[in-house]
Write a protein that binds this ligand. Structure first.
Ligand SMILES: *Cc1c(COP(=O)(O)O)cnc(C)c1O
Length: 463
């Protein structure tokens, strides 16, 4: 009957009455129009055959429901991370500590961002966070900008614009495709002087490169890779000694911003921010949302005279952080300054330090919960996961995963159904099977994983 079936396509008004009212009206209208046009094409090209009005209508509302599902899935929202990657940039990096979340909600109203309440005078929005950062790291001064890329840009724009920055070839890193040290340097107006080779750079290479135009010696932590084997690079202390002789500052981009000894958590030692400060770096920059476990931010600590110059640079205003970032960051830093083990309150540290035996128990529990979802086949297996987010590149952590398969659904199809379910679950497909890694999941959320799987499988059956 094709062609004549066109008249059974519901009217825009009828469809709008049945569309998801939680979506904005303009989006609803757009989805209804797209649906009508898709079903019209299906009828005209006869890719599907329709024999009754009811079939046309059922197809129409199934297509609309799928489009609405996709539109809801594209809203920025909470996602259950079952990838095992603790600092997952695509999933928003660090899970904030509860205390930071409360602070965010609290300062969303009016807050004392730039007013000293006891004195009633204006204050810098950075005053309090600066005090926390200097107390934690032993640095003379501190400031906070939008992210670590901004911190490096501000440091070099302030200290080296129009002059030269000496850096090792082995440290010209690209992080996640969005941060290329050479590009950020160029944007600052500084000229890059590369020294050494990819795997070996000696202190004499730096010394030979220093001239009248040199403004900064830069060190950049190779956060997301390791060059192994035949390698040499001078220690920070050696760089500082040479820099001092020439009255130059060392800018040290440490990347992750470790504030505690990671050995305490069974992880390899990673140089801390305090190590850099104590070695004499003039400026140390790092991210707020990597191993530190707070909100996106670029944290700068260092010598008072250098930080003061950076605060006065016009870029400081362009790169400044808002009250939400500051409230979450202050709350996170206060945890480090408290008496308790920070891993108890900072999810990133907590997730990185859970033992494999505990994770095995959690995987068994998740498997038990998912086992009675109609049709799903669930098994438990050991696996490996990463810290992620350009942190601890050579550390592969032992983990446990739950493998889920649903007969008649491919692994990729099941994964897509879970990603667009409510709440969305993001896992990992390997060897043709969907894996849910429990290291990055809170056991309190396991019932939500089940609800999501029920909807995902049910949604597929209806389609
Ligand atoms: C992650 C990283 C950056 C970029 O930090 P953002 O906070 O994402 O801007 C810069 N340098 C190093 C060494 C890093 O690890």
């Amino acid at each position: 009957m094709n062609r004549s079936a066109l008249k059974f396509i519901p009217s825009v008004n009828e469809a709008l009455d049945r569309a998801d009212p939680s979506l904005p009206r303009t989006l609803r209208t757009l989805l209804v129009r797209e649906t009508a046009s898709q079903v019209r094409q299906e009828i005209l090209t006869a890719v599907r055959s329709f024999s009754t009005a009811e079939e046309v209508r059922r197809r129409f509302f199934a297509v609309l429901a799928e489009k609405e599902r996709e539109a809801r899935a594209r809203r920025l929202q909470r996602v259950l991370n079952a990838t095992g990657i603790v600092i997952h940039t695509n999933l928003g990096r660090a899970v904030l500590p509860e205390r930071a979340v409360r602070a965010l909600g609290d300062t969303a109203a009016y807050c004392n961002l730039e007013i000293d309440l006891p004195e009633g005078r204006r204050r810098s929005r950075l005053e309090r966070v600066e005090g926390l950062l200097t107390a934690l790291t032993g640095a003379e001064a501190a400031m906070v900008v939008n992210n670590n890329a901004a911190a490096v840009l501000l440091a070099l724009s302030t200290l080296a614009a129009g002059r030269e920055v000496v850096v090792s070839r082995g440290e010209l890193v690209e992080i996640g495709g969005s941060f290329r040290l050479p590009d950020v340097m160029e944007a600052s107006g500084a000229r890059l002087i590369e020294v050494g080779t990819t795997n070996r750079t000696y202190i004499s290479d730096y010394v030979a490169a220093i001239g009248p135009e040199t403004a900064v010696i830069m060190r950049c932590h190779p956060s997301n890779f390791r060059i192994q084997g035949f390698t040499t690079s001078p220690s920070l202390a050696e760089l500082v000694e040479v820099a001092r002789k020439h009255d130059l500052p060392v800018v040290d981009d440490v990347g992750s911003g470790v504030l505690v000894n990671l050995r305490k958590y069974g992880l390899p030692y990673e140089p801390t921010v305090t190590d850099s400060v104590e070695a004499g770096a003039g400026v140390v920059t790092f991210s707020g949302d990597k191993l530190l476990g707070g909100p996106q931010a670029g944290i700068i600590v260092g010598k008072a005279s250098l930080v003061a110059k950076m605060k006065k640079h016009p870029l400081a205003r362009a790169l400044r952080v808002d009250k939400l970032t500051l409230s979450a960051l202050e709350a996170t830093l206060e945890i480090y300054l408290g008496d308790a083990d920070p891993a108890a309150e900072i999810p990133v540290l907590g997730m990185l330090s859970v033992g494999a035996d505990v994770l095995e128990g959690r995987a068994q529990e998740l498997a038990r919960i998912l086992a009675d979802v109609g049709g799903a086949e669930v098994t438990v297996a050991p696996g490996q996961c990463l810290a992620g987010g350009g942190s601890l590149p050579e550390v592969s952590l032992p983990s446990w995963t739950v493998r889920v398969s649903v007969p008649g659904l491919g692994a990729a199809e099941l994964h897509r159904a879970l990603r667009t379910s409510e709440p969305p679950v993001v896992g990992r497909v390997a060897d043709g099977v969907l894996h849910l890694d429990v290291r990055t999941m809170d056991p309190a959320d396991f019932p939500l994983v089940k609800a999501s799987l029920v909807r995902a499988v049910g949604g597929r059956r209806d389609a």
